[in-house]
Design a protein around this ligand. Structure first.
Ligand code: ADP
Length: 391
């Protein structure tokens, strides 16, 4: 059965098609600059990458081209072969603790939650509408980044602010990257050969979050109401003293929107280093003796260690620590520095096996009290799995 995983941004559409249940990836690609001049798309098939320019006035046009490409590349002969389309949605609030089939009520709830994910939820709705128009017979599903974290206890997800902020405005912790945390924790359980496990999963990319997962269920996660909480990220500040916000707004006369931009786009590695949000540039800066890059990296690593230590205590131990996403899979030095900082817990990095990028690997020694693994994440396949199950 053919299932399509879709991830729509405001001006992009990423897709991957699978033969299910074999989980065989057939074709993938990304449409970029939708609704903007200079739009184009790239497709990967049979190990080959093809780039084409095309006028993409909206997401519907992108879907139409996508279907044409599927036919042209003989991935499908007719539209009816596509039985399910799974859409990634960033914010599912407290409404959704699992993947669901799209209905008008579901779309209304995603729309209502747009206030909590203003860049992402509206884009997902545009994508769903476009897919419904172009492939009307496929079952459409929505996979929420927040769903995996819905198992957190009230005492964990609430903030110690006036309770009415929660009841009136839904202010609480929802987390993010849930699909990724779930994927790597399932895979870790396969590696460990059991499901009654205590895992700490570190999704460290441009955005970054850490989860504590007990027996396959999330009990805590570092992201909050929005994806700007917890870890220091590429350009997001993560946890800060909340009173910094009114203090600086008063001092500089910043508007709420400008403050939001400063905290989300001008902070994190970029804010401290003044160089870049990309950890590769930070590594380069450190190698060239840039002190602020070094400082940014130290702060970045410190925060990851803090969260792992916190979750180790909360889980009352840990059977494995998992590194995933852009930095987690690829930054040898960041992983090493984090693991070195966890020596007190008996973590012992194996420098030879850690000298690897993007490959599932045990990166600690046989004596390490907690094994650490790189497990490349695969959010697309999780979307396809859930969608296949619902179809
Ligand atoms: P996103 O949150 O945008 O999905 P990714 O998970 O793709 O992000 O991570 C992107 C980040 O991964 C880059 O900004 C960069 O910091 C980091 N990264 C990618 N490749 C490497 C590498 N070889 N070494 C160090 N960091 C890397």
């Amino acid at each position: 059965m053919k299932i399509l995983s879709v991830n729509c941004g405001s001006s992009s559409l990423k897709f991957q098609m699978y033969e299910m249940p074999e989980e065989k990836a057939l074709i993938s690609g990304v449409f970029e600059r939708i609704g903007i001049d200079g739009s184009f798309y790239t497709i990967k098939i049979n190990g080959e990458k093809i780039k084409k320019e095309a006028e993409l006035k909206d997401h519907k046009k992108a879907f139409e081209i996508l279907i044409d490409e599927l036919k042209e590349n003989k991935v499908v002969e007719s539209l009816d072969e596509i039985k399910g389309i799974g859409h990634r949605v960033v914010q599912g609030g407290a409404y959704f603790d699992k993947t669901v089939v799209v209905t008008e009520d579901v779309i209304a709830k995603i729309d209502e939650l747009s206030a909590l994910a203003p860049l992402h939820n509206p884009a997902a709705i545009v994508g769903i509408r476009a897919a419904q128009a172009v492939v009307p017979n496929a079952v459409q599903t929505v996979v929420f980044d927040t769903a995996f974290h819905q198992t957190m206890e009230e005492e964990t997800y609430l903030y110690a602010v006036p309770y009415e902020w929660y009841t009136d405005y839904k202010v609480r912790r929802y987390g993010a990257h849930g699909t990724s945390h779930k994927y790597v924790s399932l895979r870790a359980n396969e590696i460990l050969g059991r499901t009654n496990t205590k895992l700490i999963t570190c999704h460290i990319g441009n955005g970054a979050s850490i989860s504590a997962v007990r027996d396959g269920k999330c009990i805590n996660t570092s992201m909050g109401l929005t994806p700007n909480a917890g870890l220091i990220m590429g350009s997001r500040c993560g946890d800060i003293d909340a009173t910094i916000v009114p203090y600086i707004m008063e001092k500089t006369k910043m508007s709420p929107k400008e403050m939001d931009t400063a905290l989300n786009k001008q902070s994190g590695l970029l804010g401290i280093s003044g160089v870049s949000s990309d950890s590769r540039d930070i590594e380069d800066g450190i190698n060239k003796g840039n002190e602020r890059c070094l400082l940014a990296q130290k702060m970045y690593v410190r925060r990851i260690i803090d969260y792992i230590a916190k979750y180790y205590v909360e889980l009352e131990g840990c059977d494995a620590i998992i590194f995933t996403a852009g930095v987690g899979e690829n930054s040898i030095s960041t992983r090493r520095e984090v693991m070195d900082g966890l020596k007190v817990l008996g973590v012992e990095v194996d420098p030879t096996s850690n000298d690897v990028r993007g490959k599932e690997t045990l990166i600690t020694t046989a004596d390490s009290k907690i094994p650490c693994y790189i497990i490349p994440t695969d959010e697309e396949v999780m979307i396809a799995r859930d969608t296949y199950a619902l179809v």
